[in-house]
Design a protein around this ligand. Structure first.
Ligand SMILES: Nc1ncnc2c1ncn2[C@@H]1O[C@H](COP(=O)(O)OP(=O)(O)O)[C@@H](O)[C@H]1O
Ligand SMILES: [Mg+2]
Length: 144
């Protein structure tokens, strides 16, 4: 079991303005571990992809609905959970495939989950019982 040394929970509405807020807030919290700029940017990008998915997919860009972001700090890692109570993902295996997107307007690349996987050490996606939860885990290099 990983030791938890600090905890942050944010609840906000699925408004596009809040995507940059969540990204910065989680980044500021993660900064307590003295990550490299690259590690910090990677986590912020992954959080941004996950929160954007809640806004545009879970809640269909209606600019309402709740998003909860929980961050657990460990001695040299962070776990971030991004939870929504929107429409859910019927087939998670399919959704996480590179280039898979249900967006028909051509605005989305279908690479959100692939980016999260590339920029974090572990990504878990669960959907059911009225909620969708993406768990990101990122470790920092020890020579910082
Ligand atoms: N929070 C979510 N709620 C419902 N569906 C989601 C959610 N996140 C992702 N999805 C589904 O998974 C697909 C793939 O997501 P992603 O890889 O980020 O690609 P994109 O956002 O570019 O479509 C989305 O097109 C959408 O159908
Ligand atoms: Mg996406």
């Amino acid at each position: 079991m990983l030791q938890t040394t600090n905890y942050l929970e944010l609840t906000f509405w699925a408004k596009s303005q809040n995507e940059s807020f969540a990204r910065s807030a989680v980044g500021a919290f993660f900064s307590q571990l003295n990550p490299t700029l690259e590690e910090l940017d990677d986590l912020k990008t992954a959080v941004s992809e996950a929160v954007t998915n809640c806004i545009v997919h879970a809640y269909n860009s209606q600019q309402k609905g709740e998003i909860v972001v929980c961050c657990q700090l460990h001695p040299n890692a962070i776990t971030v959970q991004i939870v929504d109570f929107g429409k859910g993902i019927e087939n998670v295996e399919q959704a996480i495939q590179p280039f898979y997107s249900t967006c028909t307007t051509g605005d989305r690349s279908g690479m959100g989950f692939t980016v999260m996987q590339a920029f974090c050490d572990d990504v878990k996606v669960e959907s059911g019982d009225g909620q969708t939860k993406v768990t990101l885990h990122k470790t920092i290099s020890l020579e910082n």
